[in-house]
Design a protein. Structure first.
Length: 302
């Protein structure tokens, strides 16, 4: 793949010594590389060997590592998680290391300071195997994933090393039964450790922090009061997931999500859910639910 948006070798080196290119969106990243994940979730997320973070870690631009009493200028820089298959920046994002097993549509997720207008002071010291830091083809090819496949790809035209997904080598191996129909893919991060809490009918409930990331009957084994007792609601065992309303074209829905008092967002827009994309009939939405209309803030398609 060749792109004039990829950093040249000289520009990659500048990442280490100078601030990254400024101008990222204050909250959700640049339009060419938006933040991913569900923002506004209340709860916790556990990162091995690092500690506990808010449940919405990486879902918006924030200095997530800034802790009182902890030293390091890098802690004060803003970053967020991004989808390498939907990201084109002058300064490439890098494979994230906090949650090695985490996936977005079955792809590795990346992090970016650049999309938030921040300076990446963390990578050189804490992630030396990051693809953009590899200075030649041999070093680039030597970086492998856990399955021994190549983690990085050398881009000859730009003379730079970038992640395989970012270079356009996305596997596209996201089966519909797990990740939703191609017309309306699930839009959450799976394989995370932690819980999110909120109230339903005045009762506090907890769900996994990866709630809605894939097609699953999330409510079946939950503490949702509607799914308890001898007569649970008929939707409790139905599969559903959260979806991007700007990338969804179904005969019915999706609908604005209600969990978290409807305050959760993705890329600054209300969170939507769909049973239909998971091959189920929507038994949850009220009969008088408003017909789906794409948010006016969705990017226009040429």
């Amino acid at each position: 793949m060749s792109s004039d948006l990829l950093a040249t070798k000289a520009e990659v080196g500048a990442i280490i010594e100078k601030a990254e290119e400024q101008g990222g969106d204050e909250h959700f990243g640049k339009s060419e590389c938006p933040c991913i994940g569900i923002d506004g979730m209340k709860g916790s997320k556990t990162v091995k060997d690092v500690g506990t973070f808010p449940a919405d870690l990486g879902a918006h631009c924030h200095a997530w590592d800034d802790e009182k009493g902890k030293e390091g200028k890098w802690r004060q820089e803003k970053w967020c998680y991004v989808d390498p298959c939907n990201c084109k920046l002058h300064v490439p994002p890098k494979h994230q290391t906090y949650m090695p097993d985490a996936r977005f549509l079955n792809e590795h997720i990346y992090y970016s300071y650049n999309t938030c207008g921040g300076e990446d002071l963390w990578t050189p010291e804490h992630n030396p195997k990051a693809c953009p830091l590899q200075e030649d083809k041999d070093a680039c090819a030597a970086v492998k994933k856990d399955d021994d496949s190549h983690k990085c790809t050398w881009n000859d035209d730009d003379d730079a090393c970038v992640g395989t997904e970012y270079a356009g080598e996305c596997k596209e191996n996201a089966p519909e039964e797990k990740y939703g129909k191609k017309e309306c893919r699930c839009a959450g991060i799976e394989h995370q450790n932690g819980n999110v809490g909120f109230e339903i009918d005045g009762k506090k409930v907890e769900y996994p922090v990866e709630l809605g990331a894939t097609c699953q009957d999330w409510d079946a084994e939950s503490s949702n009061p509607s799914c308890q007792g001898d007569s649970p609601k008929d939707w409790c065992k139905k599969k559903w997931c959260y979806v991007n309303p700007c990338e969804c074209d179904l005969d019915l829905g999706p609908f604005v999500a209600t969990y978290g008092d409807g305050k959760w967002t993705m890329d600054g827009r209300p969170t939507y859910y769909s049973y239909v994309t998971c091959g189920e009939k929507n038994m949850f939405a009220k009969k008088d639910a408003k017909k789906f209309e794409k948010p006016v803030s969705c990017p226009s398609r040429n």
